[in-house]
Design a protein around this ligand. Sequence first.
Ligand SMILES: Cc1cc2nc3c(=O)[nH]c(=O)nc-3n(C[C@H](O)[C@H](O)[C@H](O)COP(=O)(O)OP(=O)(O)OC[C@H]3O[C@@H](n4cnc5c(N)ncnc54)[C@H](O)[C@@H]3O)c2cc1C
Length: 391
Amino acid sequence: MNNIFSDTKEAFSLKSNFELTRAYFLFKIIGNSTVVKITTSITKFALKFNLPVSFLIKVTVFDHFCGGVSEEDCNPVINKLYKNNVHSVLDFSTEGFNSEHEFDECLKKKISIIEFIKNKEEIPFAVFKPTCLGSTELFIKKSLGEKFSENEELMWSRVINRFEKVCKKAYENNIKILIDAEEVDVQKAIDDLAILMMRKFNLANPIVFNTVQMYRKDRLQYLNELINNKSNDKVIFGLKLVRGAYMEKERQFANERGIESPICETKKDTDNNFDLGLDFVFNNLDRISFVCASHNENSVLKVMDVMKNKNINSNDIRIWFGQLYGMSDNISFNLAKRNYNVFKILPFGSVKNLMPYLIRRAEENTSVSGQTGRELQLIQNEKNRRLKLKA
Ligand SMILES: Cc1cc2nc3c(=O)[nH]c(=O)nc-3n(C[C@H](O)[C@H](O)[C@H](O)COP(=O)(O)OP(=O)(O)OC[C@H]3O[C@@H](n4cnc5c(N)ncnc54)[C@H](O)[C@@H]3O)c2cc1C
């Protein structure tokens, strides 16, 4: 497809020849599922037994997809992005947290990140994964509407408290906060907490953003109920629209339980649902701020198209685009050049803690047909363009 996103000069303006070649080989490798499986197993084994592989991971896949090991470490990347009008969202890796102590530590970290980013116009959003603030089992039970024991009630009140503390901190510092969406099993409890927070903190401005996974068959109904619920009359909704990251897992769960899969049957259905989600937010833009969080060029083009048709300025504060660092630079940089609001999610943390994230990126680029091919083609085009310039 030839459109504004084919401009590879802009897309890779921050990448040196070395970084471009590294990206090329990375996407070549992760495009091969057998290689990904073998490399993943070897890496997990090596990290478990403290074999010295961290450096190798750091200078290859980590540096391509992550900002650094600490907030300060991310500064050069943040500044480089912002010079090109691309914002950053710092995402501290928090996977696999299980104890009350770890949930409290995670809360402290999230608060300290907001402290770090306050007054930094280059970082307008904070982000957190709900199950880093409470046990997954509790989220599941709550989502099912099962009765809590006395102790579970106590633990759940601590989860609400942690949600409230992090959202309040964001509110006090006028930082928008993204709540990630997770598996269907836990999502009902997350949705309920998110709207509880919006009712508190989204009365004057959209501060709290809940994520809506449009690969789910029931999300349009969710959106309609959200907006038609009288208790939400005063809320300015913050929504992040995504397709959804857990398709294979969800389908497997449904299969094992012998229930209908909650996920659209085909990619076309998901794409269609995503479009309907976009129509929904545009039809209710007087009450919604939203992020189109996608690497899909058609989805981004659709948003741009509707904005144009409705005479909405490219940098209208209600509309944001988001991509992951290390992916779809052609979308992010070309949008930013045209003054749209764009951010990159910039994961940071230790190599070990970020391994699940990196493995997901590798698997996603293997399983999502098209994405790796797209990245590789763009990188190849840019390499050719640079070679021609040299000749
Ligand atoms: C900034 C940002 C934040 C994100 N936050 C979250 C989050 O909080 N929670 C979350 O779950 N995900 C999140 N994601 C990931 C997102 O949900 C998608 O997995 C990813 O972006 C790929 O979808 P896409 O829209 O970019 O484009 P595409 O590459 O066009 O779409 C791929 C997606 O389509 C869907 N799909 C693929 N094949 C089929 C099929 N056969 N049947 C039905 N559906 C299919 C899947 O959702 C798949 O991920 C985020 C992504 C970004 C960029």
